[in-house]
Design a binder for this molecule. Structure first.
Ligand code: UD2
Ligand code: MN
Length: 361
């Protein structure tokens, strides 16, 4: 009797709360699927991330992915710009690289993760091989420390390249090229050779190219902070000059012609670079312009430097190196210059460029 009574009570309760029970069950099932879908979406996102990283590594040199370490450093502050004494951004939002504006450790991590290889190109034709020893020795100390580097040395005298031991991950690659009687021609023909080798070789071997003069020495860090699609360097003689004072090519008959009301900076011919594709584009365009001038018996006022400046007016660099990256000790040590990273080596122009004078090798 009592059991029957209990059964009817339970039945009653069940029918009373049936709706609630079914509602609860539905909620539970919905919740389960939502959770499951959330989980698999997350998983999918991570695996996409891993896939691209793996593919990228394969495209580069098949080396394993580097795990992210902790990133501990003082955080950037909206109201505390690191430099207020110099321009750090162009109107087209390309950063201008000054000491204090970047954290090399963060950048090193980024570029190491991508296993970046950098090609440093330098021409040492005829007597300019005398500059190689100092150039390479200082590059070993200061240039792209901790990264993979190939020194591409264009020369007509490969036997004169100093026999140096370079650090692990770095390599000296001699490239035999012809010489020309005039130093101006040698300087200009660099554009032709760089464009040719970029397409034939560099594109398969390195990610970025850094193209510099031989009569130079590194005297402080020059690292991955300079790397970008395409970059140029502000000439130390003109950083504060007005447009009209820039020694751009002003003859309208030349391909390098820049009108008085155009241009941003005066860039030096001795330090530019970028991805291999961008350097190929730049050097090809400059070489073609040099040849077009030649066919009209014209030579731009500062040779390939004039053409480079023209190029940068219409193809803006994505990064700009401050005069820290090209300085001449004859210009003193102004307050704004916190580091002198890349210096010209004083030379006796007549002696080093003159074919007949053999004082310097
Ligand atoms: C610091 C700077 O702004 N340098 C530029 C400047 O003069 P520079 O006086 O610096 O020119 P330069 O004599 O260094 O010649 C440019 C470069 O061409 C190579 N070379 C030249 C002659 C030679 O016999 N063998 C040889 O290998 C070498 O790599 C040398 O560094 O103007 C030149 C064009 O007029 C170039 O644009 C330079 O990049
Ligand atoms: Mn030079």
């Amino acid at each position: 009797m009592q059991t029957d009574h209990r059964k009817t009570r339970i039945k009653g309760l069940f029918s009373k709360y049936r709706v609630l029970l079914i509602f609860g069950l539905c909620l539970f099932i919905l919740g389960y699927f939502w959770q499951a879908s959330k989980g698999s979406w997350l998983k999918r996102k991570i695996s996409i991330l891993c896939d691209t990283q793996r593919n990228k590594t394969n495209v580069l040199h098949g080396l394993p992915e580097i795990a992210l370490p902790r990133m501990v450093y003082s955080k950037p502050h909206i109201f505390k710009p690191p430099r207020t004494d110099v321009l750090t951004m162009t109107p087209w939002l390309a950063p201008i690289i000054w000491d204090g504006t970047f954290n090399l450790e963060i950048l090193n991590e980024q570029f190491r993760q991508r296993n970046t290889t950098i090609g440093l190109t330098v021409f040492a034709i005829k007597k300019y091989v005398v500059f190689l020893q100092r150039f390479l020795a200082t590059a070993e100390t200061y240039f792209m420390v901790g990264h993979r580097v190939k020194y591409y040395i264009f020369t007509d005298r490969p036997e004169a390249i100093p026999n140096m031991n370079v650090k692990e991950g770095r390599e000296i690659v001699p490239l035999r090229v012809q010489n020309y009687p005039r130093w101006q021609e040698i300087s200009m023909r660099r554009m032709e050779m760089l464009s040719y080798y970029s397409q034939q070789r560099f594109i398969h071997e390195v990610d970025f190219l850094v193209c510099v003069d031989a009569d130079m020495q590194f005297s402080n860090e020059v690292g991955v902070e300079i790397l970008s699609e395409v970059f140029g360097t502000i000439h130390p003689g003109f950083y504060a000059a007005e447009r009209q004072a820039f020694t751009y090519e002003r003859r309208s008959t030349s391909e390098a012609y820049i009108p008085l009301d155009e241009g941003d900076f005066y860039y030096c011919g001795c330090f530019f670079g970028g991805t291999v594709a961008e350097v190929h584009k730049l050097t090809k365009k400059c070489h073609e312009a040099i040849m077009a001038d030649k066919s009209k018996s014209l030579e731009a006022i500062w040779h390939e430097e004039s053409h480079l400046n023209k190029y940068f007016v219409y193809h803006k660099p994505t990064k700009i190196l401050s005069p820290e990256y090209l300085w001449d000790n004859g210009l003193g040590s102004p307050q704004f210059l916190k580091k002198k990273r890349f210096l010209t080596v004083p030379k006796n122009h007549a002696a080093i460029r003159n074919k007949r004078n053999s004082n310097l090798k």
